[in-house]
Structure formats: C-alpha cells, structure tokens
Design a protein around this ligand. Sequence first.
Ligand code: ADP
Ligand code: MG
Ligand code: ZN
Length: 608
Amino acid sequence: MKTENNFSRHVIIFIISSIILTLVLNMLILPTVSKPKVEKTNYSFFLDKLEDGDITLVQVEDTEIRFKVETDEKKQVYSTGRMYDPELVERLHKDKNVVFTENFEETSVLAQFLIGWVLPIIIFILLWNLLMRGMSKRMGGNAMSFGKSNAKIYVKAQTGKTFADVAGQDEAKEALVEIVDFLHNPDKYAEIGANLPKGALLVGPPGTGKTLLAQAVAGEAEVPFFSISGSEFVEMFVGMGAAKVRDLFKQAAEKAPCIVFIDEIDTIGKKRDGNFSSNDEREQTLNQLLTEMDGFDGKKGVVILAATNRPESLDPALLRPGRFDRRIPAELPDLNGREAILKVHAKKIKTEENIDFNAIARATAGASGAELANIINEAALRAVRNDRKLVSQADLEESVEVVIAGYQRKNAVISQKEKEIIAYHEIGHALVAAKQKDSAPVHKITIIPRTSGALGYTMQVDEDEKFLLTKEEALARIATFAGGRSAEELVFNSCTSGASNDIEQATKIARAMVTRFGMSNKFDMIALETVTNQYLGGDTALACSPETSAKIDEEVNDIVRKSHQKALQILRDNIDKLHELAAFLLEKETITGEEFMDILNKDNKVNS
Ligand code: ADP
Ligand code: MG
Ligand code: ZN
C-alpha cells in the first residue's frame, strides 16, 4: 500500500528530525543559555574582593580561578589567572562566606529541564501540526483518517433543482419519483413486501439531463444525498479508490435512508478484461464497489444512482439484479420534449410575448437538452448585443444556427466566383430536396459563412417528428446530399472540395442502409456491422469477412452513384429554376423556405 508507505516515511522523517533537534538544543543552545557571563579580571581585584568579603563562590582550577562576587548592587562571575599563592585555600576557608565549588553552571534544574526537554516537545507538536495540515491539504481531507473519501453531502435544497427543472424525460422522472417516495415512507413498500431496486442507472447521450435528474432527486428527496463523480475514485495510489468506496458506503449506511449518486460511473465500472496490463487500481475500486453493493441491506434505504453515457462498456457484474438492476434511459428529447425544455429555460430569460417555441423545437431535431439550454442562452446574448431588452423569435432562430453551424463570419472575404459556386451548390441541395416527395421541406438557405467552416447551408425542417427512416427517405436524403455537387458539375463543369461534408453524410447513410438496415439488394437482413457506442457518436464495428466487406463497399458505392445520377437528373430537368434561384440567393445571401418555394412554383407549367 503506497499510501501507508508514504505515511510511515513521514513518521520516520519526523522522529529523526526530533532526535536531531533535541541533541542540538541540549549540546549547543543549553550551555550558552545556562552558562553565566564571565568577566576577565586581574588577581589583585580578586584579592580586594576577598578582603571585602564579597566573594561567595570560588572555583580553583589549574590555571584559572573563577569567583562570584555578590554585593547589594550586582552579582557577577569573574575569572582571573592563578598566581603562586600557597595560603590561598587557607584564607578562603577562613572566610565563612566563601563556598568552594566545582561547577558554576548553576542555572536552575527546572530551567535546564525546560530548555532541554519541554521546549523541544512543544516545537515538535507545532511541527507535527503543520506537517499534518500540509498533508491533509494535499489529500483533501483529514490526514489522520487515511483513505477517507470526501463525498460531499448534499442535503435538500443545496442543489436547488427539482423535477420541475427537468422537462421531458417523463419515464425517467416516473422511475425516480418512485425511489424518492420509497425513501420518504419505506413502510408502505415493506407492508406489501416489495423490494425496491438497490440501484438505478441513468443512461443516455451527453447533455440529456442525467446529472440534472440526479440533482433533482436530491432536491425532491428530503434525505441526505451523497454525490461523487467516478473520476474522484481514480487515485494515484493503488487501493485509495477502493478505500474511498468503502468509506462512502460506510458514511451512507450511517445516514440511511439516503441516496448515493455516482456520476460518470464508466470511469470505474469498465469491463474487467483478462489483460494483465489493465488498470489494477480501477479493478480494485470496481471490486470494492461490487462488494459494497452486495453488502448493504436494501431495506435500510440506501439507494444508489449512477449515470453514464457508455452503458455498453460497463462491467456486466454491475448490471446484474441486486446491483444496478434498473436502467433509466435519458434519451434525446422528442419534439414535445424539446419544446418543453426550451420553455423551462426560457423562463429564466425575458422574452417577447407569443414566441413560437414549437418552430424552434422543430428546427432542432436531434439536439440534446444541454444544446437547447445553450440555444436559449445564445439568444439572450444576441438580444443584449443588439441592445434589446427582450429576446425575440429572430434571436432564437439565429441562435439555433449558431449552435448548429457556429457564428456568422460577416467579414470573411469570399470572391464573387466562389460565392456563385456556393449559391449553386446550396440551391442544388434545396432543389433536389424539394423535387422529391420523401424529403423534408426546405426551411432556409444561406450562403453566409459560419465559424464552423460551413460556407453556406440548406436547412430542412420536418413537419413532425420522425422515428423511422424508410428506404425511400434514406435514398432521398442521399440524393439531396448529392444535389450540391451535382449543381456544381452541371453549371461549372467541375467539382470543388465544398462537398466533402455532404459526401461524408451520404456515405454514412448508404453504409448504414447496407450494413445495418437491410435495405440493399445484395444482402438480406444481415447485421454486417454493430453499433458499439450507442450514445457517443455511434461508432460501428464490422462483423463480417473481408470479402463481404469488399462487397459492402461496392454496394455502398452503387447506392451513392444511383442517387447522384438521380440528383443530376432532377437538376437537369429544372435547370432554369436552378439558375433563377441561384441568382436570387446570390443577391439576398439568405432566403427562407417560402421565398424558395414561391419562385419554384411561379410558373408551374415548365416542369412539374
Ligand atoms: P448529462 O449529465 O446527461 O450529460 P446534464 O444533466 O449535465 O447532462 O445536462 C446539462 C444541462 O442541460 C443541464 O444543466 C440543463 O441546463 C440542460 N438540460 C439537459 N436536459 C434537460 C431537460 N430535460 N430539461 C431541462 N434542462 C435540461
Ligand atoms: Mg453528466
Ligand atoms: Zn453541400
């Protein structure tokens, strides 16, 4: 145990330095303090004083005589050289005042004791205190109690959040309400004989309100709330994390009924692998956690909440019944959820009346709660920047784009030629989208560059929330992505790098169609890829032979090529509209979906 080593090293250093200090004090300081001051004088002075009878002490040595003179005014020790004086001793002896002595160091025994022993002890105690304070500061706790965790205790109102602050997430809230209720009156559950889950795991993508939900539980439950982040268990020293877990549960058991919340539990709950190089410390911590979760009595009222966005990486042992047996999903909000979240956050800012939150919610499909909160805040910032007292609908709409695509780069210098290409590119997307019945309506087209690097973009907003993707819609989307490049090819007879993002997106969809959705002609319902990271980017892992993998690539290429051809065809059929709309966009820089549709439908007889 490294820490204990560390500790005993401190103790050894302390003891050694104590001994050295005692010796130094006794050998160097004590003599100088206790030795009386000696004044050199001559022999005749000595004889004079002897005559006067003022000498009280005499020490005769081989070469020196020391004597103490005590008068009413002062006491002083003198020393003088020794002369040949055979009767001296006789004379001194006659003088009843004089005492022979061998030792002038007549400082009181008490003073010696104080300086030699008590003073060092006092100094040691002070030093020890300083040392301990320094150590405990470094360790963030009481240094005397090594291995204590510092789980903060949240009691009621400290987080200041309640379920009212969490919009949407109704299923999650329902599950948590039950837990809160259990903690308030466990008897109700005991009567029936129901066992509440010991632990509940909040899972979902980042920013969906997992931490917020836990804080809301703390606010709602009038019980102590221990909150600790998984990373706080990861210590430099092996064994410390496990000690922290032990201590956390000890504290919790004392305070039961209570809630223990472990945020980002994947930091310690990672699957244990047979790897020897795996992190020993983390494994110990996890084992301790498993043991502790088994060890306590669920009826006592300790409920453990944990949050993670990587549930698939958690050790299966953590998920078995009796531990985190209840899984509470915090998914990305749907249309209603987004509207509710926008409204919750809009309460904190001053808005104009009759803001259409539904429109904002529709434009933000796929946005998480955190992103929506950010959109509201960006809108408020924009209002302040424009010296307005209230946030308007336009602020919100602009901030949606800021969050999606970054800020406008108003002073980016883009040549006329490039602007033209960008305008055709964007209209290409919009036109292909508009001319296919399975794609979402165009909401806005702009060629104002953004800080994210986008030189322009076409926003499509669905009327309602879509949960399924049909094959037709998937193909329509790929064709729409191909529309930008196709327009460049048709009009300028060349292509640019501006389509790189479109290509990426189109490939992603086409690949998913082949490998995961079973939408290709070549393969049947075969899972050729599995999603490994559901909530974080959705990485996939190939699960097929290299030969099949080559066939997948071919098939993906096929799908994209066909969609590209389709986009080209749509644009060829509507080439006049393409020119007209591109010119309009070039002039206006930003056009709405309505303006776009108006021009597109102006004289319908040409093409339809
Ligand atoms: P997570 O822990 O899931 O990554 P957080 O709980 O930290 O996400 O959420 C970050 C922020 O996003 C919250 O502080 C809150 O402002 C906002 N937020 C997320 N989800 C919601 C929601 N359902 N209702 C209201 N606000 C939300
Ligand atoms: Mg969180
Ligand atoms: Zn594009």
